[in-house]
Write a protein that binds this ligand. Sequence first.
Ligand SMILES: NC(=O)c1ccc[n+]([C@@H]2O[C@H](COP(=O)([O-])OP(=O)(O)OC[C@H]3O[C@@H](n4cnc5c(N)ncnc54)[C@H](OP(=O)(O)O)[C@@H]3O)[C@@H](O)[C@H]2O)c1
Length: 337
Amino acid sequence: MASAKTCVVGATGAVGQEFLRILEQRDFPISRLRLLASERSAGKRIAFRGKDYTVELLTENSFEKGEIILSSAGGGTSKWFVPHAVKSGAVVVDNTSAFRMEPEVPLVVPEVNPHAIQRHKGIIANPNCSTIQMVVALKPLHDVSRIKRIVVSTYQSVSGKGAKAMEELRLQTKALLDEKPYPPKEFPWQIAFNCLPHIDSFTDNGFTKEELKMVYETQKIMEDDSIAVNATTIRVPVLRSHSESVYIETEKKITAQQAREILSKAPGVIVVDDPANNKYPMPVDSEGRDETFVGRIREDLFFPTGLSLWVVSDNLRKGAALNAVQIAEKLLQLGWS
Ligand SMILES: NC(=O)c1ccc[n+]([C@@H]2O[C@H](COP(=O)([O-])OP(=O)(O)OC[C@H]3O[C@@H](n4cnc5c(N)ncnc54)[C@H](OP(=O)(O)O)[C@@H]3O)[C@@H](O)[C@H]2O)c1
């Protein structure tokens, strides 16, 4: 694989820090690395592969032809800087929701629709974290018997809202245990010892934007607009890794045993499904792991083509930084320079 000038935008954030860990762990071939953030962090020093890098301020003129930009600095920031990066001849793998639903922008999960990368025009969008792990688990089943309907409830960790949200859960939990007040800042309500059925803002139809991302991003990645998705997204007091209760209705019956066999051969999936020994996926076990874990696979008691699954994955890795780095690796394999 050729090496690339690589730039991490949002390098000081929760996803940005994970980018650096993954680039290091996967030995991503970098000819020159730059780390960008806002004026709040410009000048900070960050270590990578044993060398110190200074965080630079993101500007319209930050980019160069041939550079691969791994971006996670918020949707507003991406909307502003990405067109400038593309104009410079760089390619942006963007983790925000800014361009995901633009028809000409590929929305890619390498295990599901890697072919879409080839039609990029300078931007490749990385899907929402809760969508990524769901499609990694469902695409192999969809390939065997088309999924007509998905009903999903998520149990999303606070790291999905960034580094400050993780700090809030830690400090609020401690404060409440010490019987001290800790007013919410990152969340609308107390998150410690609580669950919030509210991720991103509410829309007029009663769903949140996070829920609608799961609907439309799933259809786009699976390249099937007829899949009916109903999502309820919940924030839970877990630091890292999202869990999902997923119910699917398929065209033809897939038994629980067949599903286990299909998923145990699927790329990026590990089946952990041994209820007799209390073995099932849990966020604490998937933290820091690259795979999507699937368990609690069972057939509907009443509906012959219904199947329930429990899907867990590290939202900062497969749900964000790892998926983007895998896209960048594919770009290099396709000869990007
Ligand atoms: N966390 C997840 O699981 C996840 C998953 C998928 C996608 N995403 C998306 O990734 C993005 C970042 O998420 P995060 O969790 O890493 O958030 P975070 O921890 O709050 O980090 C935000 C990063 O963006 C930088 N930034 C903010 N405004 C900027 C600006 N105007 N110019 C340059 N840099 C700026 C920050 O730099 P400073 O240090 O200078 O403030 C920081 O490095 C969000 O759009 C989020 O939706 C997150």
